[in-house]
Design a protein around this ligand. Structure first.
Ligand code: GAR
Length: 196
């Protein structure tokens, strides 16, 4: 199963995936590259480090969505990689129907909460401010329903009373770094046949 990673920022989850690939624990899943909508994103530095292509794709003037030209450019760039699956790992754009219909039920997203709680931005902070006692992270199929597509898997993080936000962020990220490689491997093994 060939997958492509899309990200906008630091890329710690992409790094976890690529480390899992290098140490043989991704099974039949193979990364074909990394694409970013931010030319200076640290995630692009992972390409040379792990020996896979990593490219910036020009994304138009809008900040959170693609204009039609940018959307067409992205679809072409993804198709050119030969990827069968697209993994959003910190990709901070909202994908609309034109994009989603180009890769039907083949785009997954990692979100730092137990969906359907705390959709949208700053999910860890939202959970912390709400005062939940458990939170976690979710990998789901991307649909037009923002952070609302079918759930593939989740991991739980306990929030002890008084836990500082920074410590919760560290714990959720650690859970993400375990969950995402597990799900990508499982997709390659044909799990989730009932969902995808
Ligand atoms: C991750 O926590 C991911 O769940 C979140 O961005 C972070 C990216 O970190 N994604 C979203 O909030 C999507 N709505 P990373 O660049 O270090 O992997």
């Amino acid at each position: 199963m060939r997958f492509l990673i899309l990200g906008s920022g630091y890329g710690s989850n992409a790094e976890a995936l690529l480390k899992a690939w290098k140490d043989g624990s991704l099974g039949r899943a193979t990364p074909v590259g990394i694409l970013s909508d931010k030319a200076d994103a640290r995630i692009l530095q992972l390409g040379p480090r792990f020996g896979i292509p990593a490219d910036y794709v020009e994304s138009g003037s809008k900040r959170t969505v693609f204009d039609p030209e940018a959307e067409a450019r992205w679809i072409a760039a993804i198709r050119a990689t030969g990827a069968e699956w697209v993994v959003l790992a910190g990709f901070m754009r909202v994908l609309k129907s034109g994009f989603l219909n180009a890769f039907p039920r083949r785009i997954i997203n990692l979100h730092p909460s137990l969906l359907p709680s705390f959709k949208g931005l700053h999910a860890i902070r939202q959970a912390h401010e709400y005062g939940v006692r458990v939170t976690g992270c979710t990998v789901h199929l991307v649909t037009e329903d923002l952070d609302g597509g079918p759930i593939l898997d989740q991991a739980v993080v306990r929030v002890e009373p008084g836990l500082p936000l920074e410590d919760l962020e560290t714990a959720v990220h650690a859970a993400e770094h375990r969950l995402l490689p597990t799900v990508v491997r499982a997709i390659a093994e044909g799990a989730y046949g009932d969902i995808v």
